[in-house]
Write a protein of this length. Sequence first.
Length: 127
Amino acid sequence: MGRKIKNLLFFCLLFFIHSCVIVINPETQKKEPQKDTTLETQTFKRTVAVPVLPDDVKILNRIGESANERGNYNKAVKCYKKAIEINPNFIISYHNLGVTYFNQGKYKESKKQFKKYELLQEIKNKK
């Protein structure tokens, strides 16, 4: 009996956390409901509720890393470029941009970003 209660509490906690983090996109609520209203056929766009500050290069870099891992290379490139634009001395973004370009098969651009990363890393190490 004790184990069943623990499992139930665990799943309730997971459900609570999930419901706090996932938000239904308001655009999907404005649309007319589909004719077939069974749970399996309804589709909702979900967005993760993350407070993103436009000038936070660490968050932009992490979003880029996540997009790169999922294969969404264009989004990753945009995030890394925005982070570099905000803070050109945030050198890990150059490295990650190089990795993303490499994953896309853009080897010249990748090499260019890796060289920038190495140059900035050397300058940082000399200080």
